[in-house]
Design a protein around this ligand. Structure first.
Ligand SMILES: Nc1ncnc2c1ncn2[C@@H]1O[C@H](COP(=O)(O)OP(=O)(O)OP(=O)(O)O)[C@@H](O)[C@H]1O
Ligand SMILES: [Mg+2]
Length: 463
């Protein structure tokens, strides 16, 4: 029979965990003293150890490290009363098998326990050893929803590997923040983190910026790749990189050097590559604008940042975080957020994601006169929200408002080709709706819309 040990603060809390394991075949022992448990484990290790994050007999990280040093590899599941970014990342870095919020008990623990017990080989490899003061930067990736906890765990698992990472997600979801978190949790943390945005420059200028220039005009200072040598390069909006730059990046990933443009001189480089995109790379690959081999090289580790509207439970803690930051920065005395205001923030669809929330709070703090954030402080959002809802409820009047709203939003984001993107998005929605109305028959749907079948197909395929 498998043996499971539980290390907790008190008997009743341990009983709680025990109940989470009720349907597994196991023999459980409860420990309240970490040192005693570790000593026993050195003599005869169990098959699984479950540790409460807040144990007070010894620091959690010390316990995890000691378990890692046991002769036999024992999977550890950390159960947390109050989940924290830092707790999740640090636990996974120290080789924990999983990190679970207590409220997911009993079901979550049962699943994780079964997995840990059934397949020792599937254990996550412990990565590197943490240096001093690691996670300082990390407290910043805020979020308590299961989606965000998964991301914290992933950061902990892959930070200290040199694996390339591809971060995908809508604008403002925190892609750059996660890239920084990966850097500051890796042993490259004392070397530079260099960010470059591919859509800010034309491919030719980007080439000089990234890789320098050889030959005649060669004296233009070190390239970004060389500045980032030893550290991490963060390549944002990578889909706009251009094919020549993609080829150079690929040789860096495969062979650790690049060829200086116009001189063919090889420059050796030791760099970790993190890329991000908010567009569809798949679509670009279909068109031949993005190299398939590079895509697969980059997405060795793939992170998907969920849009804020899909994790509304994170809105209160994010709002409080931005509120206290903005209040401190603007030296305003704000005592809190009225519950009605939080509700409103939770209802709004946040097309600009966390960045939009951050800006809405900053604006509200700047304008607030009462010392408490009220729903009125977010009036401008309400305007947008009405039009948004107008669209989703399909009311005629809503269409004009929705288009105006979409225009305002894109205008504020300094987007170009506003007409093209809004119109093609509307065409896609129409095509979708028509297909749904006629059970997916393209001929009928095209006739309904008064367009050709080919046009319909093109509109549906647009991502
Ligand atoms: N989970 C989070 N916790 C705290 N702050 C966050 C979080 N996610 C995003 N932010 C903040 O929101 C803003 C936008 O984040 P970031 O720049 O990382 O997004 P992005 O995905 O790179 O956006 P874009 O695609 O527009 O470049 C930043 O100020 C960042 O600090
Ligand atoms: Mg970004």
């Amino acid at each position: 029979m498998k043996r499971v040990w539980i290390l907790d603060r008190s008997e009743p809390q341990a009983a709680d965990i025990l109940s989470g394991l009720s349907s597994l075949m196991y023999e459980a022992s409860v420990w309240l003293d970490a040192a005693a448990m570790l000593e026993a484990a050195r003599a005869d290790a169990p098959d699984l150890i479950i540790v409460e994050q807040g144990i007070d007999s010894m620091g959690l990280m010390d316990v995890l490290r000691a378990i890692k040093r046991l002769e036999r590899r024992v999977p550890v599941i950390v159960v947390a009363e109050q989940t924290s970014t830092q707790g999740a990342i640090e636990s996974m870095r120290e080789g924990a098998y999983d990190y679970l919020p207590r409220e997911t008990l009993p079901g979550g623990l049962e699943d994780a326990g079964r997995r840990a017990l059934s397949n020792d080989g599937g254990m996550i490899q412990a990565i590197g050893s943490p240096g001093p003061g690691d996670v300082a930067e990390l407290g910043a990736v805020i979020g308590k929803t299961p989606e965000m906890i998964e991301i914290h765990k992933l950061i902990g698992q892959v930070a200290d590997t040199d694996a390339p990472v591809l971060i995908q997600g809508e604008s403002g979801t925190g892609k750059e923040l996660v890239a920084r978190a990966l850097h500051y949790n890796s042993s490259r943390r004392d070397s530079p983190f260099v960010a470059v945005n591919c859509s800010a420059l034309l491919p030719e200028s980007l080439e000089i910026d990234l890789f320098g220039r050889g030959g005649e005009g060669g004296k233009c200072g070190p390239s970004r790749m060389e500045i980032a040598d030893g550290g991490t390069i963060f390549i944002d909006e990578i889909e706009a990189m251009g094919l020549e730059n993609q080829a150079r990046l690929l040789t860096i990933l495969e062979d650790g050097y690049f060829e200086r443009p116009q001189s063919r001189k090889r420059v050796k480089i030791d760099i970790r590559v993190i890329a991000a995109t908010s567009a569809s790379i798949v679509g670009r690959m279909k068109n031949g604008d993005f190299r398939v081999d590079l895509f697969y090289r980059l997405k060795v580790v793939s992170v998907f940042m969920p849009p804020l509207r899909d994790r509304r439970d994170d809105i209160p803690c994010l709002a409080e975080h931005f509120l206290s930051r903005a209040a401190a920065k603007m030296r305003r005395d704000i005592n809190g957020i009225f519950p009605g205001a939080i509700e409103l923030l939770q209802e709004y669809p946040w097309p600009g994601n966390v960045r939009e929330l951050e800006q809405a709070i900053q604006r509200a703090v700047a304008l607030n006169r009462t010392g408490v954030m009220m729903p009125e402080d977010f009036e401008t959002l309400c305007e947008g929200q009405e039009s948004w809802q107008g669209l989703s409820f399909g009311q005629g009047a809503g269409l004009e408002a929705a288009v105006r709203y979409e225009f305002k939003r894109r205008f504020a984001a300094e987007e170009t080709d506003i007409s093209g993107t809004i119109v093609s998005e509307m065409e896609r929605v129409l095509a979708d709706a028509a297909l749904a109305a006629v059970g997916g028959n393209q001929v009928k749907a095209a006739r309904l819309l008064g367009i050709s079948r080919n046009t319909l197909r093109k509109r549906v395929e647009k991502v």
